[in-house]
Design a protein around this ligand. Structure first.
Ligand SMILES: [Zn+2]
Length: 314
């Protein structure tokens, strides 16, 4: 039996047919459309699943649906409870009823970063560890914490999830959440265009000509000596590394897994973060292992497979 796993990201919605034990049978993706309702979104995914791998379903019958969303989720009721969400209509939506009506199957839900952490823990870089912090650097910044083999959630389900909206700069600009100096505001892909536009060296930089800048452009321009890109990269690396030191101090993990699209440049990011943690964390150097995600693209789908197949939740 397989699980239909759906992972809502900032720019893409990934979906896949995942077999027991994390076997990826088929995967595909659709563009995220955060301005449409979650119901319209799910309907689009439903059609795309049937078109992409409907022919595989007779051989791999589904036993459940797993949905990961970039929101705070009450997993006992499958309700989205965060006030600030990308898909605003998700707060009122009855996901379990949708899964029953559309697929006739039970539904499992989880926050996207927590799902990715479970995916890495069971099938990726986190195998064999029970105290893990996951950080994803992408459109936004996601995070999740596994403590003694259990997802760390806190009284109101927020714990470990909001590193992206943890302030690292008390003099920082207002974030899209209303707080100031959030990690996401200081260093993430959604914040990048504003950071470039407001920079004093804009006119002289090759980044001024790029319509939708991403971090890959910043890394490339910095390598060519572009002063805006170099300054921006130094600021971003310091922001991410500061966040990791803060996470080490908050959760004291054995392992920190860093994923997300920006980590395609991991050869530049990991050494900087390791050096900063070795210098500032209250641990002997190298004690907290810092590694790249192994399931860079599909950790969320794999995590939803594990959570759907295992009745006892971590
Ligand atoms: Zn914020």
């Amino acid at each position: 039996m397989a699980i239909l796993a759906i992972d809502y990201g900032g720019t893409r919605i990934k979906f896949g047919l995942i077999g027991k034990g994390g076997t990826i049978i088929a995967v595909d993706h659709a563009a995220a459309t955060p301005d449409s309702t979650i119901e319209q979104n799910l309907e689009t995914i439903h059609h795309k699943v049937l078109a992409s791998f409907g022919n595989l379903l007779p051989r791999h019958p589904l036993s459940g649906i797993g949905i990961a969303l970039p929101s705070i989720i009450d997993t006992t009721t499958n309700k989205v409870i965060s006030r600030y969400v990308k898909y605003t209509s998700a707060v009122e939506f009855d996901f379990s009823a949708w899964a029953e009506k559309t697929w006739g199957l039970p539904l499992t839900m989880e926050n996207d970063a927590r799902a990715a952490l479970i995916g890495e823990w069971q099938y990726g870089a986190g195998k064999g560890y029970d105290d893990i912090v996951l950080l994803t650097l992408g459109t936004g910044v996601g995070s999740a914490v596994l403590s003694e083999g259990k997802l760390f959630k806190g009284k109101h389900l927020l714990a470990g999830s909001l590193t992206g909206h943890t302030s690292i700069n008390v003099h920082g600009e207002p974030c899209n959440c209303g707080f100031y100096g959030c990690l996401e505001k200081e260093a993430s892909t959604w914040s990048l265009p504003d950071m470039i536009k407001s920079h004093a060296h804009l006119a002289a930089s090759s980044l001024s000509k790029i319509e939708k800048p991403e971090y890959i452009h910043v890394f490339e321009a910095a390598e060519k000596g572009d002063s805006l890109a170099t300054a921006l990269l130094e600021k971003s690396l310091k922001a991410w590394a500061t966040a990791v030191v803060n996470l080490v101090h908050a959760y004291d993990p054995e392992l920190i897994i860093i994923g997300g699209g920006i980590m395609r440049q991991q050869q530049h990011i990991l050494p900087y973060i390791r050096k900063t943690v070795d210098r500032y964390a209250w641990l002997p150097p190298g004690t907290a292992r810092i590694v790249a995600a192994q399931q860079m693209d599909y950790a969320g789908l794999l995590g939803m497979e594990y959570l759907s197949q295992n009745k006892t939740r971590p």
